[in-house]
Design a protein around this ligand. Structure first.
Ligand code: NAD
Ligand code: ZN
Length: 351
């Protein structure tokens, strides 16, 4: 499987762990740090540690798992550890984990001593097909997702499918939502292929195609001035539902589960506002409805959900913006959506 070239760095698919070792050996780094959480520490770190066992200039930094820890307090903890370990400007961070670790580790590295090198070793499907590529790093503040962050490119991304074998099925479904989104926004054929594939563990070929799609988009618009907004399909409403669930549910929705809800609502908005044909709306609902459990959204939750959308960092001039579809495989950016339309789309989902 060919590597994909992104903005100044490769995304490596073949022999990824030996390639990571080679990268570290040849990189002339003073010291390197592997950032993991408790789960990747258990399931993924042994593989990486064994491969790097002949080197002695590294430390492991393990943090608690979960989105609730993707915040500045945790970054401060990691920055302090880097200081205590004596990390200098020639240190390297290896972010070994899902999107929480790649986002937070990228942010920590991009700000420590005004920026040290980092590489991403994504271990969830979601972080492989989405979070680890494109240079966005960040953390949440007061439950607002990714509100503080930087655009900083890693030195390389290493994709290893062996990590996916220990992922719980819900986490596979979470990443799958982004893959389906890639098809919906730009590639009808890929969407059709996904629909008819065994998705219990998507193949490396399918993962590769998703990374290719995301990469083609971010290369054209790294700072999200225009077409990168295509990737926000499902995310205006999805992020609000995700935030709501994080604050209210004992067992919160995963990112992808929330985005699947957002994609159904925004497909309905597309049908109303950008002429997505009725049969395509039904097709989207059937596919997503067949994969993801229904989530209860009450009338009473709508004002709070709207409030979350109003705080969305993608808003311009106080307007809530959505990326919509004109067809399956074609997107339309910068659609202003009004409060009553957004609420109606959530009511449509809830019905
Ligand atoms: P995550 O990092 O929380 O991982 C999900 C869970 O799986 C965690 O409990 C983790 O410990 C565990 N885990 C990770 N790898 C494992 C493995 N191989 N085996 C067993 N368990 C494993 O969440 P995620 O879904 O990977 O990422 C979500 C985050 O990614 C969100 O914060 C989102 O904002 C961010 N994100 C960022 C971008 C971007 O462009 N930067 C894009 C999409 C999503
Ligand atoms: Zn997403």
């Amino acid at each position: 499987m060919q590597s994909i070239q992104s903005e100044g760095y490769p995304v490596i698919f073949e022999n990824s762990i030996p390639e990571l070792v080679k990268f570290v050996e040849q990189g002339n780094y003073s010291r390197f740090f592997i950032l993991t959480d408790e789960n990747t520490g258990e399931h993924c770190l042994p593989i990486v540690q064994t491969a790097l066992a002949h080197l002695d200039n590294f430390d492991i930094i393990e943090v608690n798992a979960g989105e609730e820890n993707k915040n500045i307090d945790f970054c401060v903890g990691v920055w302090k550890m880097l200081i205590d370990f004596g990390a200098d400007r020639k240190a390297l961070m290896i972010n070994l984990g899902g999107g929480v670790i790649t986002d937070m580790g990228g942010f920590v590295a991009s700000t420590y001593k005004r920026g040290i090198d980092f590489v991403q070793v994504p271990t969830t499907l979601l972080s492989q097909v989405d979070a680890s590529v494109g240079g966005k790093t960040g953390v949440d503040v007061d439950g607002i997702k990714n509100i503080i962050g930087t655009f900083t490119q890693p030195r390389a991304v290493f994709m290893a499918d062996e990590f996916l074998h220990t992922l719980p099925p819900r986490q596979i479904l979470s990443g799958l939502a982004e893959m389906l989104k890639h098809g919906l926004i730009v590639d009808r054929q890929y969407w059709d292929t996904l629909k008819t594939s065994d998705l219990s563990l998507p193949s490396t070929e399918l993962i590769h195609r998703s990374v290719e799609i995301k990469n083609e988009i971010v290369l054209q618009d790294p700072h999200e001035k225009s077409i990168r907004k295509a990737l926000n399909f499902g995310h205006t409403i999805g992020h609000a539902v995700e935030t709501w669930s994080l604050l209210n549910d004992k067992d919160p929705l995963t990112h992808g589960e929330a985005i699947a809800i957002g994609m159904i609502c925004e497909a309905w908005l597309s049908n109303q506002k950008t002429d997505l044909p009725d049969n395509e709306l039904i097709e989207i609902i059937e596919v997503l409805g067949g994969l993801y459990p229904h989530y209860q959204i009450t009338e009473e939750s709508l004002p709070t959900l709207l409030e979350h959308m109003q705080k969305d960092k993608k808003n311009l001039n106080g307007n809530i913006n959505c990326t919509l579809l004109t067809n399956i495989g074609q997107y339309s950016i910068d659609n202003i959506c009004f409060a009553d339309e957004l609420c109606d789309s959530l009511r449509y989902y809830a019905a």
